[in-house]
Write a protein that binds this ligand. Structure first.
Ligand SMILES: CC(C)(COP(=O)(O)OP(=O)(O)OC[C@H]1O[C@@H](n2cnc3c(N)ncnc32)[C@H](O)[C@@H]1OP(=O)(O)O)[C@@H](O)C(=O)NCCC(=O)NCCS
Length: 251
């Protein structure tokens, strides 16, 4: 299976031949289609999903997240059932400077969802990016996958990306539904499908919205971190109190 995402290719043990599908020919001709706006996104107005941008210090948690996916999910995520060593190689190769990696943490600071917006290596096609996402099985069906895609689209727009690609296995109905709902064109090629989305230019609104969402997610993460630290300290204290109590009883 050929994938142009350099990260995916680095995961294979043996070198693979691949064709770069993000060529100039795949870019839209002329600028008119780029002005087309995306279909309005359906949101539950009362639910804010704290999606934050992940940096270097989250690398190990990304590995833990991906290794928690079963073989079927790994097959959907990477196009093949990546083993742990291949996941480690993928994670080690993540370039946080160039690409954008998003994550959603739960209260226990478990990374329950993550998405990777990978920019094309080739300078001639730097207006393209590829999206990949995974949500842990127990956290699915709550809109996290969809929200991550929306966030990635907004970020890509703000970075001047004009085309967003997704390589999805044709049997992956949920991911295809997310892509289609966002207005992507899906082309099926046997067991694989390629979805692409022409992104409109960024606006002041998309720039400000992303900034605000990122700040909220960072604050949310810090609160969860403090709460977890507090709970851990409390749990340790309770354990030592119990120990003291049993010492007292037995003495
Ligand atoms: C694909 C994946 C990320 C979706 O995550 P999720 O958080 O469960 O998705 P959401 O809750 O945002 O659901 C997205 C949409 O799919 C729809 N959907 C769910 N099951 C569906 C099905 N069987 N057929 C069609 N659509 C379906 C949902 O109804 C929802 O749309 P709605 O909000 O309008 O109702 C998750 O299943 C996953 O991690 N899979 C393994 C890895 C993978 O496939 N990655 C994608 C490769 S790029």
């Amino acid at each position: 299976m050929s994938r142009e995402n350099p990260y995916i290719e680095d995961m294979y043990d043996l070198p693979t031949v691949h064709q770069d599908r993000m060529t100039e020919q795949t870019l839209p001709v002329g600028g008119s289609s780029l002005e087309t706006d995306l279909p309005p996104v359906k949101h539950s107005p009362d639910v804010i999903v704290p999606i934050r941008s992940l940096g270097e210090n989250h690398r190990s948690r990304i590995a833990v997240h991906l290794k928690a996916l079963d073989a079927h999910d790994r097959y959907f995520r990477f196009g093949f059932a990546a083993n742990d060593a291949q996941i480690d190689r993928y994670v080690a190769g993540l370039n946080f400077e160039r690409d954008e990696i998003f994550g959603i943490y739960n209260r226990r600071l478990q990374l329950i969802a993550t998405a990777h917006l990978a920019y094309a290596d080739d300078e001639r096609v730097n207006a393209c990016a590829e999206f990949g996402v995974s949500v842990l099985a127990h956290a699915r069906g709550r809109g996290f996958g969809k929200r991550l895609f929306e966030r990635a689209m907004m970020h890509a727009r703000n970075q001047g990306v004009r085309m967003l690609f997704l390589h999805v296995l044709s049997e992956n109905k949920v991911m295809l539904a997310i892509a289609r709902q966002a207005g992507a064109t899906v082309e099926r090629d046997g067991s694989e499908s390629e979805a692409h989305l022409v992104l409109p230019a960024s606006t002041l609104n998309t720039q400000v919205t992303e900034l605000v969402e990122e700040q909220l997610a960072q604050v949310n993460y810090r609160i969860k971190l403090q709460a977890k630290l507090f709970c851990d300290v409390l749990a340790r204290m309770q354990t030592s109190w119990r120990g003291m109590g049993s010492d007292h009883v037995s003495s």
